[in-house]
Design a protein around this ligand. Sequence first.
Ligand code: PMP
Length: 351
Amino acid sequence: MSKFWSPVVRDLIPYVPGEQPRERLIKLNTNENPYPPAPGVGQVLRDYPTDHLRLYPDPESRALREALAREHGIEADQVFVGNGSDEVLALAFQAFFCQERPLSMPAITYSFYPVYCRLYGIDYRTLALGDEWQVPLEAFDAQSGGIVFANPNAPTGHGHDRDAIAALLERVTECVVLIDEAYVDFGGESAIPLIQQYPNLLVTGTFSKSRSLAGLRLGYAIGSRELVEGLERVKNSFNSYPIDSLANAAGVAALEDREHFEACREKVITTRERTRRQLERLGFEVLPSQTNFMLTRHPEHDAAQLFAGLRERGILVRHFNTEALRDFLRISIGTEDEMISLIEALEALCR
Ligand code: PMP
């Protein structure tokens, strides 16, 4: 605590990310991709003319925004890019939500959203998830000051299809509906095609998960021109597009390699489903997942103890110490071999 901190900073409980260990552990705690990025990314980084680093990056990140626009069949001015979707989300909270009109979000979702609300002085309300752990779309209030949720949701893994999102957007027209699609490529259905019809829809995405580029910090938002312009207004108050030259080039290379992208995500999905069956055989309840992680609990074994036992065996998973999730572990999908080690360790711990 410091006397120099503003009251907001004094009361702020920052988001606590999963541990980034120094020793070599099997790391299944922060939903990174276990496979390397597209080979073209390495090529771009190796061949990059270092003399170009004298120059500032393209202030409009044109090539990257055009590549994203091609990928999604839209125009570049419907795309905003930032240093990871966390930054894009932060800018969206500042651009579209305010103190006077409380925001709505699910009670269980990405724990960064309440942090942004506190930081930017935005009031918010939370809604309980449904019986199947789904985001309760029907409970969102059309009078809300904004709506935000992840789809598929984190850390539950459940996703709604595009029709369900369209039904929400038919009802909620007077505030921004912010949908965080960080995990959509692992079996979810993207709402991006709906942006043409619903000017209040903003979808965020990331290169950190399905593109294996968490270390590069590259995220984006896709929406109507009016929403992208809102984000640009906030961003330009600091500087223009913040993406460095290397990340701009590497991001384009990642998008160009569809084959690599498809192959990695198929491997992750296959491994996820195999691991699910193995966990169920050990007596775990596993929530259905459209993501690269699974939320699971064992009726007889304490999650905190399992977490500690796995940690001792060199395997890092996530245990959230919140009331709703205390019984659960969230396990990211690693390589086949990593998941075999996980199952062996759990077998020993559940004996
Ligand atoms: N949204 C959700 C739901 C996430 O789980 C994460 C990753 N922790 C992010 C956004 C942020 O991802 P990034 O900043 O790496 O794009």
